[in-house]
Design a protein around this ligand. Structure first.
Ligand code: PGA
Length: 256
């Protein structure tokens, strides 16, 4: 069986000023700066990337991620940020197509596909988010929704591209609601994602790719979720804003 190293990412969303970010990162470095059992990624807002990057430069175990980027290399896109701007700040990961981007900023699978390609071209590792809404889950359409999102978001990708992609399964009904998918529900969805990748892309990539679960992950539920065979990490929102919550998730879920 393939060994997929767990990857835990904190998505701070639109939270933390630069000063607040420094405090949190200093606490995290103290608590988990040497933690080697998982890959750890912090995704602060753009305005704190530079400060967090500096703090993390002597800490190889904690990597920097961004929450979004624009697909173009440069140009007249007021308010946007390009992949090369992120690279210059030693950003290594970028979240693409988060459900909040899809919902509030009208990003569709085609946009996600273009952004993911641009991220890979700049040697950033994209964390591509997929997930169904509550009505879609209740109508038992979640499998179709995930398949459509994956086919659209990863269109044109082969083994080479998929080797650097991380998928985040984030059921929209579980994000910020305190309503977590049960470990069995999450496992079923992750297994389905792997099947879709195998059927439409590549069996090798499907086996190797890491799939994070996201949606109300806490220090209390992380262990059970991450012990499922197809759950390779977590994309954490609310609980990543507090050092104790985030380190609790990492230690509970990843310590052998
Ligand atoms: P949550 O957010 O952990 O606050 O539910 C997860 C996410 O949106 O990435």
């Amino acid at each position: 069986m393939i060994n997929r190293k767990k990857i835990i990412a904190g998505n701070w969303k639109m939270n933390k000023t630069q000063g607040e970010a420094r405090v949190l990162v200093e606490d995290l470095i103290r608590d988990i700066g040497k933690f080697d059992e998982a890959e750890i990624v912090l995704c602060p807002p753009f305005t704190s990337l530079s400060a967090v990057s500096e703090l993390l430069s002597p800490v190889p175990n904690i990597k920097l991620g961004a929450q979004n980027m624009h697909e173009a290399a440069s140009g007249a896109y007021t308010g946007e940020i390009s992949a090369s701007m992120l690279r210059e700040l030693y950003v290594r990961y970028v979240i693409i197509g988060h459900s909040e981007r899809r919902q509030y900023f009208h990003e569709d699978d085609a946009t996600v596909n273009r952004k993911t390609k641009a991220a890979l071209a700049a040697e950033l590792r994209p964390i591509v988010c997929v997930g169904e809404t509550l009505p879609e889950r209740e109508a038992d359409k979640w499998k179709d929704v995930l398949e459509t999102q994956l086919k659209g978001s990863l269109a044109g990708f082969g083994d080479k591209e998929l080797a650097d992609v991380i998928i985040a399964y984030e059921p929209v009904w579980a994000i910020g609601t305190g309503k977590t998918a049960s470990p069995a529900q999450a496992q079923e969805a992750h297994q389905w994602i792997r099947e879709v990748l195998k059927k439409n892309f590549s069996a090798t990539a499907a086996e190797k790719i890491r799939i994070q679960y996201g949606g109300s992950v806490t220090a209390e539920n992380a262990k059970e979720l991450l012990s499922m065979p197809d759950i390779d990490g977590a994309l954490v929102g609310g609980a990543s804003l507090d050092a104790r919550g985030f380190t609790g998730i990492i230690k509970n879920a990843c310590l052998k």
